[in-house]
Design a protein around this ligand. Structure first.
Ligand code: FAD
Length: 594
């Protein structure tokens, strides 16, 4: 039996996690003010070791204390600018989640310039029994990149981008591949803009400001994943600092087990990734989108609309050309926000014609609140800030602070998520058998019933059924729940409020409303999960309270991930909520259970 088979066998032994747990003694990390918390002199030693990159973290919200309402309101207004949040070491892109977590600053933060800075911070945290937090783009819904009383490592300064014509991973003798190396402080907008300029494409996430390493460790889906596959499946190599402070290379030939775990095993659990190298793909000629909104005049007409759309999706859009999402709303509106690659505009428009004709043939039942528009652009313009500003200014927003770089843009569609306070967020993969005509009626019933409780979205690009076989094969070699391979879509239901913090007058979360909405979200998703129980959820877009999260996120891969965790981080230095191995720890990650 080779090592790989051995690991797979271990993964199947459900006793493994328990036995790992049984060996670990109880352990407590220290908080500020407690015995063992590093002295000022020790912090200064760390500061010296990281070239002055250590800061004592102060929240900008401290200005709200005792300030007039207008001063505080001005800070909160900035929460709608993801670049403002990104620039502030005390803040995260989600401000909190009702009854779950509130974004809180760390005690200290290191803005790491390179892997040596990261190693110094990792060693300092381990030696001083500190709670360590790691932040890339700060987009965790589950609050996994902030922790009060912790030392934070931010990867932000590591923003190099290097294109390769012929990359071979270290220690491998595979055929060279076109690739891009990204410092882990990059966000996807920068990566897309740089790579598409060279006539290549890299598969990342949909949102411009998501961090590259956080997304890869999530598995990661972008608008065009129905063709190019999961983002993690394109990973060729990572540089990572593990809990022992070693700077390691992980690829298919070196630290292979760790390499596999980084592909979807969840961020913040295995070490601090400092650089990733991803395979690039030929850039399609055109990328585009099809957007529109239809309102039905009655619930019955709405149900017929759902049926018509799902049949249309199955026949015309269930293929590598089409991705992104639709939303079934409680007010009998269908929102269409689809994207396409590899088609020209005329072909995309022709694809939608039968559906448009069907809707338009029943003016008493349906009205286009926004007529469907399919537009395309040469692919190299898709993330080009100057082009977007000039040609489709309504699709984007810009960092509006004085002196902000001209290319600091983000999709208008993501404004709602900037700074939001979550009431609930749940997801579930839906198997492709549900779109067979034999199952169509029950799927339509479920979608309709779900929409009565709360608006539900189908993200077609976050399920790989319908993708090319090579994209599915590559995803099979990731840690993500294998349910993704056969899913035609990820169903997502969410509810949120404006940016909020407890204790700040005028900006408190509305917990009563959150409770009602959280229940409605769960009820909505339950209508579709009835058809496919226990089919898994996407680790980075799922409930903070996810039941059976180990199997929901990773399915049969969880045991194997525990083995990797035990090997590279036996003492649990890296802890995140519902991350691999977190089941050994108290919810705040400060106390390991005996
Ligand atoms: C507005 C928005 C849009 C999104 N859109 C998409 C989408 O289109 N597709 C998709 O798949 N997901 C999407 N997500 C989910 C997103 O991919 C994940 O939340 C991802 O983990 C965020 O990475 P980050 O670096 O931005 O966040 P962070 O909060 O900084 O990090 C997320 C997790 O990864 C860890 N981490 C970050 N960097 C490193 C590193 N260098 N080394 C080790 N651990 C690290 C953190 O500790 C944390 O646990 C979206 C989220 C938001 C808020």
């Amino acid at each position: 039996m080779n090592r790989r088979d051995l690991l797979k066998t271990a993964a199947c032994l459900s006793v493994l996690p328990a036995s790992v747990r049984a060996q670990a003694p109880a352990f407590k990390r220290v908080r500020p003010g407690e015995p063992g918390w590093p002295t000022e002199a020790k912090w200064q030693e760390l500061n010296k070791a990281v070239g002055g990159q250590l800061t004592a973290v102060r929240s900008p919200l401290e200005a709200c204390k005792g300030a007039d309402a207008a001063t505080c309101d001005a800070i909160f207004k900035q929460f709608k600018n993801p670049y403002f949040i990104r620039d502030n070491v005390a803040l995260t892109q989600t401000t909190g989640w009702a009854e779950a977590w509130t974004s809180q600053p760390s005690a200290y933060a290191v803005d790491a310039r390179n892997s040596a800075d990261v190693a110094a911070a990792v060693n300092f945290a381990r030696e001083n029994k500190l709670r360590l937090a790691v932040r890339g783009g700060g987009h965790s819904y589950q609050g996994t990149s902030n922790a009060p009383d912790s030392l934070l490592i931010r990867t932000r300064p590591m923003d190099s981008i290097e294109m390769h014509d012929a990359f071979v991973a270290k220690g491998c003798s595979d055929a060279p591949l076109p690739a891009v190396s990204l410092g882990s402080g990059n966000i996807w907008l920068k990566a897309y803009a740089a790579v598409t300029k060279t006539g290549r494409y890299v598969q990342g996430g949909g949102c411009c400001t998501v961090g590259v390493a956080g997304l890869i460790q999530s598995g990661g889906f972008g608008s065009f994943s129905k063709n190019f596959g999961m983002a993690a499946a394109s990973l060729l190599e990572a540089e990572i600092v593990t809990a022992d402070g070693e700077i390691r290379i992980a690829n298919n030939c070196t630290n292979r087990d760790l390499f596999w775990a980084l592909k979807g095993g969840g961020g913040g659990s295995f070490g601090v990734v400092t650089r990733i190298t991803l395979k690039t793909h030929p850039l399609p000629n055109f990328l585009g989108g099809a957007f529109g909104n239809i309102k039905a005049s009655s619930p019955e007409a709405y149900k017929r609309l759902i049926a018509q759309f799902m049949a249309f999706y199955r026949d015309k859009l269930f293929n590598p050309n089409w991705g992104e999402s639709v939303r079934f709303r409680r007010d009998n509106v269908l929102d269409i926000e689809m994207v396409f690659q590899g088609l020209d505009m005329a072909t995309a428009q022709a694809t939608w014609k039968p559906f448009i004709d069907w809707v338009s043939a029943s003016p008493n039942d349906y009205a286009w609140t926004t007529p469907l528009m399919a537009i395309a652009a040469p692919a190299h313009f898709f993330w080009d800030a100057a082009f977007l500003k000039q040609n489709i200014p309504t699709a984007i927003r810009s960092d509006d602070r004085p002196g902000a770089p001209a290319d600091a843009i983000y999709w208008a569609g993501n404004v709602g998520e900037a700074g939001w306070y979550l009431h609930n967020y749940e997801s579930a993969w839906l198997p492709q058998s549900l779109i067979d005509s034999a199952n169509q009626a029950k799927l339509v019933d479920a979608l309709y019933e779900a929409s009565r409780k709360w608006s539900l979205q189908l993200h077609f690009n976050k399920g790989l059924a319908g993708a090319p076989p090579e994209a599915i094969a590559a995803a099979r070699d990731t840690a993500t729940n294998p349910a993704v391979l056969d899913a035609f879509a990820l169903a997502i239901v969410s509810a949120s409020g404006a940016p909020a913090f407890a204790g700040i007058a005028g900006h408190e979360p509305d917990l009563a409303k959150a409770k009602i909405e959280a229940a409605a979200v769960s009820a909505s998703l339950a209508e579709v999960t009835k058809l496919a129980p226990d089919n898994g959820a996407y680790v980075s877009e799922s409930s903070y309270f996810q039941k059976g999260w180990q199997s929901a996120y990773w399915g049969s891969n969880y045991g194997r991930l525990r083995v990797v965790k035990q090997k590279y981080d036996p003492d649990g230095l890296f802890f995140v909520h519902n991350g691999v191995g977190s089941d050994d720890w108290s919810p705040d990650g400060f106390t390991r259970r005996a």
